[in-house]
Design a protein around this ligand. Structure first.
Ligand code: ATP
Length: 418
């Protein structure tokens, strides 16, 4: 039995906004599941339906295996924590934390002062219990809100961007505290965020949403290492995964070429990867390369390296990100946020890969009304350099490509398994 089960759950708001589209997902007991996606993708709506604050338009929600679509919020044994701290301003910190217990919503045997004392201690705010919320910093207020939610030991935590009003340092600190606190309480958590760092560091599993549709669900490693779609690949990771359009050309018994226009990578023909990609002979696919799959070399091996000229670079203190103009075409999945940049000055003309692109990357017909398809633009291949290595605009650089670390996506943006 799972803690939360969603079966083909949809939510349509007035005005025909399809906020959640036939979403099926399970949250296991004791699991910390993060719902990740950009603003407006429907993640808060999912959370609110699980909390009972919204009713699904279609589908079923089960809590502990029981049908719960119509169960009032109070009967769900769930605590919600929001982005805004919503503390009672006239009450002290201690009274705020103890408030749910005074309402008789405790399920422990402790007295209220003991429970408040323990909770304040666990959250590191023991010396603040007599203060009013207005006398606290944002991070302290969010700790109090956490304490108030945790104190009655609910079985289920529903958290909606609880850290997004805090500054970077506090967010990092509270990330660790929240995940260790809820794990200590053996609670199940559904946590909504648009912040991939929160998702990848806090979650047991991450569910990535886009436009109301669940794209991928898995452990942080699984969704990062084997993203189910091109969208997930682009959404996770900094810098964003390089996604390059390539024509597949099979040279029987020799190799499978990934033709980027001006240059190519080669996969061995007598190799599972080569065989898997060879099925797309004559077609265009998208090849994904994370920055960590690329390393500058003095001389590259043919078919395993890419050459380009530095278009620009960014110093980030601990590393320099270098953007190479490589004469290829980059693909940006719809919803990732780039604007077309085809008229960029200074980039040389691309050799077109042929005329098979119409509708490239669009999802099957039933979802077309919400999908604009990916944007294509001249590629800047991004890779990392240690900060002390000098680099200059226009400099020619060859990067070796770690061929085992490539990702492949078909014209619908779905992962090609190799
Ligand atoms: P954010 O991170 O910005 O909160 P989200 O991913 O949580 O975004 P939702 O708040 O779930 O997204 O909203 C999903 C879609 O549903 C959006 O298009 C939003 O405008 C719409 N929506 C949400 N609540 C309502 C409502 N009460 N009435 C009408 N439309 C709504």
């Amino acid at each position: 039995m799972t803690a939360v089960t969603l079966k083909n759950v949809s939510k349509v708001f007035p005005g025909d906004t399809l906020a959640v589209d036939s979403l099926s997902m399970e949250v296991n007991h004791g699991e910390f599941l993060v719902l990740l996606g950009p603003s407006g993708c429907g993640k808060s709506t999912v959370l609110r339906m699980v909390a009972g604050l919204e009713t699904p338009s279609d589908g079923e929600i089960l809590l502990d295996g029981e049908y719960a679509n119509d169960l009032p919020p109070r009967e769900r044994n769930a605590a919600m924590i929001f982005q805004t701290f919503a503390l009672y301003p006239h009450m002290s910190v201690g009274d705020n934390i103890g408030f749910p217990l005074k309402l008789g919503r405790s399920n422990g045997a402790q007295s209220v002062p003991d429970a408040v004392g323990d909770m304040a201690g666990a959250l590191g705010i023991s010396d603040l219990v007599d203060r009013k919320p207005s006398q606290l910093s944002g991070g302290q207020q969010q700790r109090v809100a956490m304490g108030r939610a945790l104190v009655r030991r609910p079985k289920l935590f529903l958290m909606d961007e609880p850290l997004s009003n805090l500054d970077v340092g506090l967010r990092a600190e509270l990330r660790t505290e929240i995940s260790s606190l809820v794990r200590r309480h053996d609670a199940t958590t559904l946590y909504v965020t648009h912040d991939q760092t929160e998702a990848l560091t806090m979650a047991d599993r991450v569910a990535v949403m886009r436009k109301g549709v669940l794209q991928d669900v898995g452990t942080p490693d699984e969704v990062y290492e084997r993203p189910a779609t091109m969208y997930v690949a682009a959404f996770l990771g900094t810098p964003r995964m390089n996604l390059l359009e390539a024509r597949v050309n099979v040279f029987l018994d020799r190799y499978v070429a990934l033709d980027f226009g001006d240059q190519e990578l080669r996969l061995p023909w007598h190799d599972l990867r080569g065989r898997a990609v060879a099925r797309y002979h004559g077609e265009n696919i998208v090849v994904g390369m994370r920055a960590e799959a690329l390393a500058p070399v003095a001389e590259g091996h043919p078919g395993q390296s890419i050459q380009g000229r530095v278009r620009f670079y960014e110093h980030h203190g601990h590393e320099t990100l270098v953007f190479l103009d490589i004469g290829a075409t980059a693909v940006v999945p719809d919803g990732i946020g780039d604007k077309p940049d085809l008229a960029r000055s200074g980039s040389k003309p691309r050799r077109r890969l042929g005329g098979l692109f119409s509708g490239f990357g669009q999802a099957p017909a039933e979802r077309r009304e919400t999908d604009n398809g990916p944007i294509r633009k001249p590629a800047d291949l991004v890779f990392r350099l240690p900060p002390h290595i000098p680099v200059s605009a226009g400099q020619p650089i060859t990067v070796a490509v770690h061929m085992d670390a490539l990702h492949y996506f078909d014209k619908y943006g779905k992962r090609i398994d190799v």
